[in-house]
Design a protein around this ligand. Structure first.
Ligand code: ZN
Length: 210
C-alpha cells in the first residue's frame, strides 16, 4: 500500500547512524540524462553525508544480489529525468516524491516523479543549454530524493518547518544554490519519544511555486 507518508518514528541512536553505508538502488522508467543523474547523486549524497550517511549508488537493472549493505533503499523514477523542453509549466502544487508505508512502518521503497519536477522548473526544462538544464533539474531531483531518503533512513514521517525535511518545497528551494537539511531535523527525530512522534504526516514532498 502506498500512503503519502503515515507512520511512526523508529528509535535510532546517533551511533547507529554515524558512518552508515547505504545502498541506494535506482530504477528509471525511461532513459535518464547522465548529466542530470550525476547532479542528482551529488546533491543527495552531499546532503546525506552531512548527516553521517555514505551512499553507494547502484542500478536495479544491474543488481546481481551479491552485495551487502547496512541499509538498502530502492528508488523508482517516474517520467523522464532529463531536460527535454516540452512539458507545460504549472503553478499547481504537485507531488514530487513518495515513500511506501505499511502497517505504520516506513518501507525502503521510494519514488521520485521527474516529470512533475520538470513542470515546476521551466527555466531548466526549457534551458537553451540542455546540459545546464540537466544540471539544474538533477539538483532538484537530488533534493526530492534526499527528502525521501530522510524518511526511509530515519523511519519517520516527521516533517520540519525548514530545510529538506519540509513537507512542501518551493521552486526557490529546488532552484537555490544551496539547500540542505535543517540540522535540528535529525537529532529531533532520533530522540523523539514514540508518543509524541506517533502521528500522521500531511501529504509530503510536494512543491509549490512562490
Ligand atoms: Zn516527506
Amino acid at each position: 500500500m502506498r500512503l503519502l507518508l503515515a507512520g511512526i518514528v523508529v528509535m535510532l541512536t546517533p551511533e547507529l547512524i554515524a558512518g552508515s553505508r547505504v545502498g541506494v538502488y535506482l530504477d528509471f522508467d525511461q532513459p535518464a540524462s547522465r548529466t542530470a543523474t550525476a547532479a542528482m547523486q551529488k546533491e543527495a549524497a552531499d546532503a546525506l553525508r552531512l548527516q553521517g550517511f555514505d551512499i553507494a549508488w547502484r542500478m536495479v537493472a544491474e543488481n546481481q544480489g551479491d552485495e551487502v549493505f547496512e541499509r538498502l533503499v530502492v528508488v523508482k523514477f517516474t517520467g523522464a529525468c532529463a531536460s527535454e523542453g516540452f512539458l507545460r509549466p504549472t503553478r499547481e502544487i504537485l507531488v514530487l516524491g513518495t515513500t511506501e508505508v505499511s502497517s505504520g512502518q516506513v518501507l525502503p521503497y521510494s519514488q521520485v516523479h521527474c516529470d512533475e519536477v520538470r513542470r515546476l522548473l521551466p527555466a531548466f526544462e526549457f534551458a537553451t543549454d540542455r546540459s545546464r538544464g540537466d544540471v539544474g533539474l538533477g539538483r532538484a531531483f537530488g533534493r526530492v530524493l534526499a527528502h525521501e531518503l530522510y524518511h526511509v533512513l530515519m523511519g519517520t514521517t516527521h516533517h520540519s518547518s525548514a530545510g529538506l525535511a519540509k513537507a512542501i518545497q518551493s521552486t526557490d528551494d529546488l532552484k537555490s544554490d544551496e539547500f540542505f537539511f535543517d540540522q535540528t531535523d535529525w537529532p529531533v527525530a532520533q530522540t523523539s519519544d514514540m508518543s509524541s512522534a506517533r502521528r500522521t504526516a500531511p501529504p509530503a514532498n510536494r512543491a509549490v511555486s512562490p
